[in-house]
Ligand binder design. Structure first.
Ligand code: F6P
Length: 340
């Protein structure tokens, strides 16, 4: 069997572990050949191939990023499905394994509709892919954000400041909530619960009067004010690396400073959460998903995604997860509130 392999969408830690696992298992156990395409679906549309043998994956397990490169290109939105099909036929690809977030997996389900064998593997630091308990990259991002919060704690306390830290999370607040709990943040603003700045202000005033002279406020990039409350703004997404002044964290920080007069600073973690060495949890998840994808092909499955369900890796239909967002559940949000 000739297996094609891509990584699409934003990069994250643990992608190379998944690539390595696919190659080692497909070649080692079944004698398949694996062909990579550079830069996600774009490389498939353009026929930009790279051979993937055991030699190509040597030493990549602890490396961040993706040795295949990635891009935000979705063939079904860019009139690229014919080009994708042409390349796959020309390269005699029997099945394509697509490692990606919602956009990449949605494209995979569109490609599968053309009768092409496709297996998805979920990755995103945002952890918002539906149907799986975790996606590759999430644990490392939470670790990075938690470490940043720990560091901000000591400087916040030394200077008696409010430190606002913005973390990634466009549609869901998984990183904000988990790093907020692990780092002991005073407040966490997540997209799941639109905030009221009057309440943020009174919470901080009360805390600074009664118990402490510093605070850590974690803000997900997609957090938004509750409609009808005193502070309103539209969240601007997809502007990382472009306009830091227009960030959600920056807006929240300047509002806190002007309302309370507290000395306030903002830190936008941005792509630091995506880069660098993967934690063991992401190396292991990537390895398990890679193995499961190859096994899925062996048993003739297609149009499914590998998914962590409790302790087990299972297969779920791509059609059930594409276009869905997995939000932080109420019981986890309640833990944040209880610990404020
Ligand atoms: O991949 C998810 C994500 O990291 C989001 O949290 C963030 O909004 C976005 O990607 C940033 O994308 P880009 O790297 O294209 O600026």
């Amino acid at each position: 069997m000739r297996i094609g392999l891509i990584t699409g969408g934003g990069d994250c830690a643990g992608l190379n572990a998944a690539i390595r696992s696919v190659v080692k298992h497909a070649v080692g156990a079944y004698g398949h050949s694996v062909i990579g395409f550079r830069n996600g679906w774009k490389g498939v549309a353009e026929g930009d191939i790279v051979p993937l043998t055991r030699q190509h994956i040597r030493g990549v397990l602890p490396l961040g990023g993706t040795l295949l490169g990635t891009a935000r290109y979705h063939p079904h939105e860019a009139n690229g499905l014919d080009a994708v099909q042409t390349t796959l036929e020309a390269e005699r690809i029997d099945a394509l394994i697509c490692i990606g977030g919602d956009g990449t997996l949605h494209a995979a389900s569109k490609v599968a509709e053309r009768g092409i064998n496709v297996i998805g593997i979920p990755k995103t630091i945002d952890n918002d892919v539906a149907g799986t308990d975790a996606s590759i990259g999430f644990h490392t991002a939470v670790h990075v954000a938690t470490e940043a919060i720990d560091r901000l704690h000591t400087t916040a306390e030394s200077h008696n400041r409010v430190m606002v830290v913005e973390v990634m999370g466009r549609h869901a607040g998984w990183i904000a909530v988990n790093a907020g709990i692990a780092g002991g943040a005073e407040l966490v603003l997540a997209p799941e619960s639109p905030f009221d700045m009057d309440k943020v202000e009174s919470f901080l005033r009360h805390r600074h009067r009664a118990h402490a002279s510093f605070s850590i406020v974690v803000v997900a990039e997609g957090a938004a004010p509750k409609a009808g409350t005193s502070m309103q703004f539209e969240v601007e997404l997809g502007r990382y690396g472009e306009i830091v002044a227009g960030t959600t964290g920056g807006r929240v920080a300047s509002e806190i400073a002007s309302r309370t007069g507290f000395d306030t600073r903002v830190t936008v973690l941005g792509h630091i959460q995506r880069g660098g060495t993967p934690l063991p949890a992401d190396r292991i998840l990537g390895s398990r998903f890679g193995h499961a994808a190859v096994e899925a092909l062996k048993t003739g499955r297609s149009d499914v995604m590998t998914a962590l369900r409790g302790e087990r890796v299972e297969l779920v239909p791509l059609a059930e997860v594409a276009g869905q967002v997995k939000y932080v559940p109420a019981d986890l949000l309640a833990v944040v509130d209880a610990l404020a």
